[in-house]
Write a protein that binds this ligand. Structure first.
Ligand SMILES: Nc1ncnc2c1ncn2[C@@H]1O[C@H](COP(=O)(O)OP(=O)(O)OP(=O)(O)O)[C@@H](O)[C@H]1O
Length: 309
């Protein structure tokens, strides 16, 4: 049995369109696919928790049709059922996790391969706690955690009215360009302490820190060229003491992975990372934004099974 979780709003309706095509395929019935549509933020996690509890013995895999946000919720919902394989048909706006595990297409053909002859790929996720909430169990992330400027841009875009309008017009990426311009005028660097496996580095004019589970970020930018989803280390990129105008130039070079040559860019690697900022600043976790002054991050020890084509 396959559980299909679809976010009908992902990719500005692209996920739902794709699902309707897949649903008509004879294999959909033959393979006993049960569908659940997400109805609100956080619903993906709830559905995953419930289906895993009810159908755990019967599930061959859980197939997610949506973007990174939906997949993040599903992986967090499977906290107590970590052996259930997951696959994804990328249909969101970013789809960086799919890039990280090597899933490139999003077609009916991909669905057919996933339910007939999938390949198994074992990957690690990231785990984090923020603001010293050690009593709560850590949550999982798939792609990256960003603290500082990139999170400020994501926060401005997520709160803006223009994001919805531009998404509807199919030019959603423009909302990040507008937010980037607003973010440049608003964001002030902060003093940051970055602790990697016990080794402390201080950055007095911290611009941003990004901790990555795999190379991709922001819809295909190669922010962490040497990060690998199967390795136990996380990649840590710190940008410190940079002029706001140079940042714009740096962001362009990220598309080609050349940003690592800037003297303001510091690359670190490690298993356990702690970030401490001198005040609460924006943080983004797989694109979801909030405020934090401390964040503890590591990779999962166990590997999770994904089905790919
Ligand atoms: N029916 C729904 N209505 C509104 N939001 C939903 C619904 N179902 C799920 N969501 C939320 O939509 C968010 C974005 O989903 P996802 O990342 O899969 O798609 P996306 O198109 O890439 O979105 P974004 O561009 O905002 O990242 C998820 O975090 C999820 O909580």
């Amino acid at each position: 049995m396959y559980i299909v979780i679809v976010n009908p709003t992902a990719g500005n309706g692209k996920a739902m369109k794709l699902f309707k095509t897949i649903q008509k395929d004879p294999l959909f019935k033959q393979k006993e696919c049960r569908t659940f549509l997400t109805e609100y933020e956080g619903h993906g996690k709830k559905i995953a928790e419930q289906v895993a509890e009810i159908y755990k013995e019967k599930i061959t895999s859980i197939l997610v049709i949506g973007g990174d946000g939906t997949l993040n919720e599903v992986m967090n919902g499977l906290r107590h059922h970590r052996s259930i394989p997951v696959s994804t048909i990328p249909a969101g706006s970013g789809n960086d996790f799919s890039r990280g595990i090597g899933v490139k297409s999003n077609s009916l053909e991909l669905f057919r391969k996933l339910v007939t002859r999938p390949k198994s790929r074992r990957c690690r996720l990231g785990m984090y706690t923020i603001n010293g909430r050690k009593k709560l169990p850590p949550a999982f992330f798939l792609n990256s955690i960003g603290i500082g400027f990139d999170a400020t841009v994501a926060l401005i875009a997520n709160k803006s009215r223009y994001k919805k309008i531009l998404n509807r017009l199919g030019i959603g990426s423009l909302s990040y360009v507008l937010a980037l311009i607003q973010g440049l005028s608003r964001f002030e660097p902060v003093a940051l302490k970055v602790i990697v496996d016990g080794h402390v580095s201080r950055f007095e004019k911290g611009f941003m820190v990004t901790i990555s589970n795999h190379p991709f970020y922001g819809g295909g930018m190669k922010i962490a060229p040497t990060a690998h989803i199967q390795k136990p280390e996380l990649s840590v990129l710190v940008i410190d003491d940079i002029s706001k105008w140079k940042v714009l130039f740096l962001f362009v070079t990220v598309f080609f992975g050349k940003h690592t040559r800037f003297k303001e860019v510091h690359l670190l690697k490690g298993n356990v990372i702690t970030i401490e900022a001198e005040q609460r600043i924006p943080i983004q976790i797989d694109g979801d934004t909030s405020m934090a002054d401390t964040c503890e991050i590591k990779k999962t020890e166990e590997m999770r099974e994904f089905h790919v084509a």
